[in-house]
Structures are given as structure tokens and as C-alpha cells.
Ligand binder design. Structure first.
Ligand SMILES: C[S@@+](CC[C@H](N)C(=O)[O-])C[C@H]1O[C@@H](n2cnc3c(N)ncnc32)[C@H](O)[C@@H]1O
Length: 462
């Protein structure tokens, strides 16, 4: 299973899109699953920004597998993601057309509607990923409805099996369904359940037998993919640190979203002037001055109406406490200044609520920002994780060597047993010979004893 896994070098094109990274940690496993099982038909139910789906697509493309892929989603959201705007589908569609248009199709419809699509005959889907609404009833409904579409030996993935909150029913559903099929559970990144639509003994693919067969220690497999996930995460943080961006969010009634934001790259180490236009907010404007671990100073914040040309609000150094910090931002106690330390990739600075006259379609936000990176911690963590990953790769390939050694010992044993059985006739003949010789020996010894008796009698007579 382990000697040449693509997970060790898979670099997802799409990571944490729209700031949603619940699936990020499973991308290395997705790459291996695609590479090792070479599916012909992949279907995802629940795609949103497409982190998981485009992970599958990228692996299909890089492995040059002949495969059709379909993503099904209303692209409107559900009770758990919340409702989102049509801009999400527009962006996902553009990404799909740009990179995967030759084999991937997006189906903007409900899962039930897609069931009757001609693309999905019964018993044809090699990989089905269920990641829609995660209430118990919804997931059971999706699973039971789509199970007949899955090929014999096909794989079903269920996300969020470790999420124990609100009305998430995936853990309960997983408990039930994992008992019915060969199954494997990952606990990181909200949990991912893997199921094979077959009996465990019928699986011949070495990757799947390692996963479901029980010969490989499940903890080693889990640890390996956790480390792969961490490697991607740190690479992502380091990348953000090399190319920091700042972003301005303007909320609507549903909250803050990528679609209602504007971002700009900022060079670290010097003051940069930022100017972006965003839609009129229906709550506090939010500045994310950077997307990595760093020290940041923000000054001269001005919000103005581009159409009327008037200033709606500007930062008064005497009232800098009007600005609130949240997320990974820690505000430094510095009079009149907005200086923050960000210990992560999501520092947030909220401006006061503004009264904006009707009729203004957008507003302009200007500010100066200076980013000073203190990357030591990240680099230290990265240096800790990297050798661990190498060690686990070695352990995994040693585990694979063990399997080879075990298989060889078994075949040696089988050969010896065959030799032993082939000798049975010879052994019987030899045993009969021994019996014959023993009885001859007995006969001889009896004869010599009686001969000796006769000669003593003869001596006495004479
Ligand atoms: C958790 S998100 C998917 C996350 C995605 N797989 C990723 O990698 O980030 C769930 C998505 O399922 C969609 N959805 C939920 N129930 C649905 C249904 N019955 N039919 C179609 N789409 C649905 C929602 O619109 C939402 O975009």
C-alpha cells in the first residue's frame, strides 16, 4: 500500500476556499484514494466552494484517469451552512470550466432531482461522497437513496462523522452504517467515514485491503493522514505569510461572506496604502488586515461614499477604542493606535456601525497598514512536523515491508506443508518398513533365544 503514495506530494490547487476548510485535512487521502482505485465515475453530493470536489478532480487530472465526475448541489446552502449567494456557484463554475471542464460537470439541483439523471445508472458510481445536510434524517435519506447507484466494490465517503454538536446526525448514522459494510473512520477534519460496497474478503485492491483488511494498524494509517494534513496546513500558512493579503468584508443580513469582500496583496515590512470598494454594509465593516501570524498596525482608516465623494467615517486617534478586535487578533495597549498581534491567520478589526444614506450602491474603504511578520513560531512548528512526517512515511513503508515478509512467510509455510503432504506415501512406506524390520528383529531375537536354549539342553544331554 504505502511505498509510493501521492499524498506525500499532493499540492491542492484549492485549499480552504472562501475561508471554509472543513475538508482540507482529507485532501491527501482523497488523492491516494483516486490514485489507487482509479474510478470511472465519481459523484459528490454537497459541494459548496468545491474543496473536496476539486481535490478529487485534481487527482483525477494528475493521475490521467479516464473518469467522469459530477458535483450535485443547489448552490443555495442549507440549514447548517446557512444560505449563500449565487456568486458562489458563479465562482465554482468558472473554476470548473478553467481546470476540469473536459471531464467534470456541475449539476445545480437537489440530490433527489439528480437521482433521476441519466448519468447515474444503478450500480455504476465508483466513488460517492456524501456531504450535504448532516441531520440524521437527511444523511440517511441521501445514503439510502443513492446506495443502489454505487457499483459493487465502490466506495462511499461520509463527511462530518466526528461533529458532535447542534443537530449533526452523521456520528449516529456512521455508527449504524459502519457495522453493515467494511468501514474505516478518520477522526480529524470533522471526521470522514469510508465504506466499501462489498464484503471485505472480496476486496482485491491493495490500498483498500490495507484500509479495511485489518492487517495494517488503523492508528498508523490515521496518524499518517493527520501528518499529511498538518503538512498541507503549515504549507498554506507559510504561503500566506510569503504573500500576505488584507481583506475588507461588508456584511449583509446573513453575515460576512467572501462574496461581499474585497482583498489586496500587501508587502510586509513597509507601510502600504489600501483602497477597496465593497457593497453597502448592513452591520459593522470588518477589516482582516492580514492572513498570517504577524504584528500589524492599521492607521488612517477612512470610509467614504464614492458617488457623493463625502467621508462617512474616519478613525479619530482620540477614539481608537471605537475599533474592536476579534478572531486571532490581540490588541496592543497603545494609545491612539490600532496595533495588533495576530497569533493565527484570521485577525479581525471591526469598525463602528455606520449610518449610510439610501441609494449608495457601494462604499470605499481606505487605510494604511504595516505588517511585520514574526514567523519563527510557524517555521519552528513546520520543522517539527516535517521530520515526523518523514518518520511516519518510513514507518508506513516498513509496515508495507512487513506485510510483504508476512506474505512470503505464509507462502513458504504453504510450500513446506505441500512438501510434507507429498511425502505422506513415502512416510507410510517407511513406517511399514520400520514395522517389518522391527518384527524381523523380534523374530531373530526370539530365534536366537530359543537356539541358545537348545544348545544348553544339548550340552546337558551330552
Ligand atoms: C457542507 S456543504 C459541502 C462542503 C463541501 N463538500 C466542501 O468540501 O467544503 C453542504 C452543501 O450541500 C448542499 N445541500 C444540502 N442539502 C442538499 C440537497 N438536498 N440537495 C442539494 N444540495 C444540498 C448545500 O447547498 C451546501 O452547499
Amino acid at each position: 500500500m504505502f511505498p509510493d503514495l501521492t499524498s506525500t506530494r499532493f499540492q491542492p490547487r484549492r485549499y480552504c476556499p472562501g475561508g471554509v476548510g472543513n475538508w482540507s485535512g482529507h485532501l491527501p487521502f482523497a488523492a491516494d484514494l483516486i490514485a489507487c482505485t482509479k474510478p470511472s465515475l465519481v459523484v459528490e453530493l454537497g459541494t459548496h466552494y468545491g474543496e473536496s470536489y476539486f481535490g478529487f478532480c485534481q487527482a483525477i487530472q494528475q493521475q490521467e484517469i479516464s473518469c467522469r465526475a459530477f458535483a450535485v448541489d443547489t448552490w443555495k446552502g442549507d440549514s447548517q451552512t446557512g444560505l449563500y449567494s449565487s456568486a458562489v456557484f458563479a465562482e465554482v463554475s468558472a473554476h470548473n470550466a478553467e481546470h476540469y471542464g473536459s471531464f467534470s460537470t456541475l449539476l445545480p439541483m437537489s440530490f433527489d432531482e439528480a437521482l433521476s439523471c441519466t448519468h447515474f445508472a444503478d450500480g455504476t458510481i465508483d466513488l460517492l461522497h456524501l456531504d450535504g445536510c448532516h441531520t440524521y434524517d437527511a444523511i440517511k435519506h441521501d445514503f439510502e437513496g443513492w446506495l443502489p447507484k454505487v457499483a459493487a466494490g465502490g466506495i462511499i465517503l461520509i463527511h462530518d462523522i466526528s461533529v458532535q454538536r447542534d443537530n449533526f446526525g452523521a456520528p449516529r448514522f456512521w455508527e449504524e452504517v459502519s457495522a453493515r459494510f467494511p468501514s474505516f473512520a478518520f477522526h480529524h477534519s470533522c471526521g470522514l467515514g469510508v465504506i466499501a460496497n462489498s464484503e471485505a474478503e472480496q476486496l482485491e485492491n491493495p490500498f483498500l485491503t490495507a484500509l479495511f483488511g485489518g492487517k495494517c494498524n488503523p492508528r498508523v494509517i490515521r496518524d499518517y493522514y493527520v501528518l499529511c494534513a498538518e503538512r498541507l496546513h503549515y504549507a498554506f500558512l507559510v504561503q500566506a505569510e510569503r504573500n500576505p493579503t488584507c481583506q475588507v468584508f461588508s456584511p449583509d443580513a446573513t453575515g460576512y461572506s467572501e462574496e461581499r469582500s474585497a482583498s489586496l496583496a500587501v508587502s510586509p515590512g513597509a507601510w502600504a496604502d489600501v483602497e477597496v470598494d465593497v457593497p453597502v454594509p448592513s452591520g459593522r465593516l470588518r477589516l482582516d488586515p492580514v492572513n498570517c501570524v504577524s504584528a500589524v498596525e492599521v492607521s488612517e482608516i477612512v470610509v467614504e461614499s464614492p458617488s457623493a465623494g463625502n467621508v462617512l467615517w474616519s478613525l479619530d486617534p482620540g477614539h481608537s477604542d471605537q475599533v474592536l478586535c476579534a478572531g486571532t487578533a490581540i490588541r496592543m495597549p497603545e494609545d491612539g493606535k490600532v496595533i495588533i498581534l495576530s497569533y493565527g491567520d484570521d485577525p479581525q478589526v471591526y469598525l463602528p456601525q455606520l449610518e449610510i444614506p439610501d441609494g449608495d450602491g457601494s462604499i470605499r474603504v481606505r487605510f494604511s497598514v504595516r505588517i511585520d511578520r514574526f514567523s519563527l513560531r510557524i517555521h519552528r512548528d513546520f520543522r517539527i512536523v516535517e521530520p515526523l512526517l518523514v518518520r511516519y512515511s518510513k514507518a508506513c513503508s516498513a509496515a508495507s515491508n512487513l506485510e510483504v515478509a508476512h506474505a512470503r512467510a505464509q507462502s513458504d509455510l504453504a510450500r513446506l506443508r505441500a512438501d510434507y503432504n507429498a511425502c505422506a506415501q513415502f512416510r507410510q512406506e517407511a513406517e511399514a518398513e520400520v514395522v517389518r524390520m522391527r518384527s524381523m528383529l523380534n523374530a531373530v531375537s526370539q530365534r536366537s533365544a530359543s537356539d541358545a536354549g537348545h544348545s544348553r539342553e544339548d550340552e546337558a544331554i551330552s
